[in-house]
Design a protein around this ligand. Structure first.
Ligand SMILES: Cc1cc2nc3c(=O)[nH]c(=O)nc-3n(C[C@H](O)[C@H](O)[C@H](O)COP(=O)(O)OP(=O)(O)OC[C@H]3O[C@@H](n4cnc5c(N)ncnc54)[C@H](O)[C@@H]3O)c2cc1C
Length: 292
C-alpha cells in the first residue's frame, strides 16, 4: 500500500526542526532512519500530514565518550554501533544487541534514538537503554528536557517524549571498574524481533555482585526493568549457581509474554529464565576479563 499524501521538510538546524514540529501541531512526525515510520505509513497505521527529516542536520551523528558518558546522537545508526571499536571494547551489551537488530539493510539506516522514540516493547535498544540507565536528552519549544530510560515508555508505542519534542541524544554512563554486561536474544530467523531477549549489567567486587540491572525485551506490553531479579543478586557471588537460578526465576516471574507466532507464553517465560542466567554468566566473565 502507498502512504497517504504528506508534506516533507528537511531542516538544516535543530531550531528549524523544533519550529517545524511545533507548527505541525501534532500532525507532523520526525523521521530519523524511517525504518519504522515508513512501514507504518505504508500500512496506513500512521498518516502524518508532514514529515520532518532530521538527516540534513549536522552534528546529530555523535558517537563518543565524554564527561563520563557515552553519547549516542539522534542520527547514530544501528550499524554505527555494530561497527564501533569503542562500543565493542567498552559496552559489550550494545555490541551484542547491535548485531541482532533487524537485518543489515535496516541497520544501515535505523537509529538508536529512533528506536527509543518509537516506544516498541519489541525494540532491542529500549532494553539496553533501561539496563544501562540511559539519560534521554530531548529538546522542544520550551527548551531542553531530560527523560530517564527507566520510565520512558508509558504504553505500547507511547513514550514520555512530548509531541513537540525531538530526542537529540542518549547518554549512557561509562562503565565502572568491575562492570560486565551482555545481551542475549532468541529470534525465529535473522531479521526478526525477539521471541524474548535479556540485557544484563553487573558490577563485581572480586566475585561479589555490588550492582545489577536486568532488562527484558518483547515479553510484555512495555520493556521490563526486572528490578527484583537484579536486587536478588546484590551481595551474592557471580559464581553462585543458585543465585543465578533465582534471578532467572524472578525475571521470568515478572515477564508478561503473550502467545503468538513466536511461541507460547510458557516457552517465552522459560526463555527469559534461561537467557537471564546465561547473560549473567557472560557478563560475569566479561567483568573478570575472561571473555571479550
Ligand atoms: C522488518 C523489520 C525488522 C525489524 N527488526 C527489529 C529488531 O529486531 N529489533 C529492533 O529493535 N528493531 C527492529 N526494527 C525496527 C528498526 O530498528 C527501526 O530502525 C527503529 O525502530 C526506528 O528507528 P528509525 O531511526 O528508523 O526511526 P523512524 O522510523 O525514523 O521513526 C520511528 C518513530 O520514532 C520517531 N522518531 C525518530 N527519531 C526521533 C527523534 N530523534 N526524536 C523524536 N522522535 C523520533 C518518529 O517520528 C517515528 O514515530 C525492525 C524494523 C523492520 C522494518
Amino acid at each position: 500500500m502507498l502512504p497517504s499524501t504528506f508534506d516533507y521538510v528537511a531542516p538544516t538546524s535543530l531550531d528549524e526542526a523544533v519550529q517545524a514540529l511545533a507548527a505541525g501541531a501534532g500532525d507532523a512526525k520526525i523521521m530519523a532512519g524511517g525504518q519504522s515510520l515508513l512501514p507504518m505509513m505504508k500500512l496506513r497505521l500512521a498518516s502524518p500530514g508532514m514529515i520532518i527529516d532530521l538527516n540534513g542536520i549536522a552534528g546529530l551523528d555523535t558517537l563518543e565518550e565524554s564527561d563520563g558518558m557515552l553519547r549516542i546522537g539522534a542520527l547514530v545508526r544501528h550499524a554505527d554501533l555494530e561497527n564501533s571499536d569503542l562500543v565493542r571494547d567498552r559496552y559489550p551489551i550494545i555490541h551484542d544487541a547491535a548485531q541482532h537488530v533487524a537485518d543489515p539493510l535496516i541497520r544501515n539506516r535505523g537509529t538508536f534514538c529512533g528506536s527509543l522514540a518509537h516506544g516498541d516493547p519489541a525494540g532491542d535498544w529500549a532494553t539496553v537503554a533501561t539496563t544501562l540507565g540511559a539519560e534521554l536528552h530531548a529538546v522542544g519549544p520550551n527548551g531542553a528536557v531530560v527523560h530517564s530510560a527507566h520510565d520512558f515508555q508509558t504504553s505500547m508505542f507511547e513514550t514520555q517524549l512530548g509531541m513537540d519534542q525531538i530526542l537529540v541524544e542518549a547518554r549512557i554512563p561509562a562503565p565502572k571498574a568491575g562492570q560486565g554486561s551482555a545481551y542475549l536474544k532468541i529470534e525465529r530467523k535473522v531479521g526478526d524481533y525477539a521471541a524474548a531477549a535479556v540485557g544484563v549489567m553487573i558490577v563485581l567486587d572480586g566475585t561479589t555482585v555490588t550492582e545489577a540491572s536486568i532488562g527484558l525485551t518483547n515479553v510484555g506490553p512495555l520493556t521490563i526493568n526486572a528490578t527484583d531479579a537484579a536486587a536478588s543478586l546484590v551481595g551474592k557471588s557471580i559464581d553462585d549457581a543458585a543465585a543465578l537460578e533465582e534471578a532467572g526465576r524472578l525475571a521470568a516471574e515478572i515477564s508478561e509474554p503473550s502467545s503468538d507466532l513466536r511461541g507460547p507464553e510458557e516457552y517465552k517465560r522459560d526463555l527469559v529464565r534461561v537467557l537471564t542466567k546465561r547473560a549473567l554468566r557472560t557478563a560475569g566473565a566479561r567483568a573478570q576479563g575472561k571473555e571479550a
